[in-house]
Design a binder for this molecule. Sequence first.
Ligand SMILES: Nc1ncnc2c1ncn2[C@@H]1O[C@H](COP(=O)(O)OP(=O)(O)O)[C@@H](O)[C@H]1O
Ligand SMILES: [Mg+2]
Length: 316
Amino acid sequence: MTVTPSPRVVVLAGGLSHERDVSLRSGRRVADALRSVGVEVSVHDVDADLVPALVQLQPDLVWPLLHGTSGEDGSVRDVVQMLGLRLLGTGPRESRIAWSKPIAKTVAARAGLATPEFVTLPQSLFRELGARQVLDAIVHRLGLPVVVKPSRGGSALGVTLVTSPDALPQAMVDCFAYGDTALVERAVAGTEVAVSVVDTGDGPVALPAVEIVTEGPYDFDARYNPGRTEYFAPARLSARAAGDVAAAALLAHQALGLTGLSRTDLIVDDEGTVWFLEVNVAPGMTETSLLPQAAEAAGLSLGALYRSLVDAALTR
Ligand SMILES: Nc1ncnc2c1ncn2[C@@H]1O[C@H](COP(=O)(O)OP(=O)(O)O)[C@@H](O)[C@H]1O
Ligand SMILES: [Mg+2]
């Protein structure tokens, strides 16, 4: 493997999504870790200066650490490739598939993964058909509890666990504040884990699962305020369940055609079934984020891991 002696990397962080602040924190952390291992890094926001800056800098690699719409739906990645630059991570087309939860769930299910039964509902159709009738039909089909979430989104924004029919209309309204299509899926009770997958050149490898325990919902506040959530890295799973969640995340990574790194969110129920919720092509990299915790649980230093991801992307 030929490795550029001191690669020049542009980290993209910020953007105009609801997760701007999270992205800025992810970007800073990754940039610091890379600098500690001799990589020349600059961090750029997504604004009118970005394209001229990339054209002028001609970095060896661009690492998008943007969460939310343009960062994860493939569009910024398309622009980077259009400029003839190399990307770290999943390409635009595959990002677009992963970003849509219903499409990703469909691909995952075809690959053999269990994923909670669901329906999707655009806001316009919801209005046209009449809220009451549609919601009754959903409850009839899926039962309760259900989880309502934007079909594209992140950081649990607009996500509600609904346990009674009366709470469903408000959950839909809250969801439509974050996106025009709602995904309503059967809620799964069990152990929530996130499994990060990294590929440093020898094929994808699952890092130890990180278990998430929250008193209330695992919502935006619980994620980014230290103390509201307890994490166990590695997760407190049997050896068999640990193997099953690793296999599920690897299968999702491969079936969705992901590159470099990903994080799959899963729930293991009491019977040991592993349920696929969603996959992230730009997983959070903040101090409380799951991928860095998984790397540490695997005994990897973040600088060394990120450097290997950079080197692998340069030789891919
Ligand atoms: N079907 C489900 N059953 C139980 N909990 C769920 C379900 N779907 C989502 N959740 C909870 O909501 C959180 C956010 O959902 P997720 O699908 O991961 O979306 P995102 O992280 O993109 O906002 C999950 O981490 C989990 O705690
Ligand atoms: Mg998630």
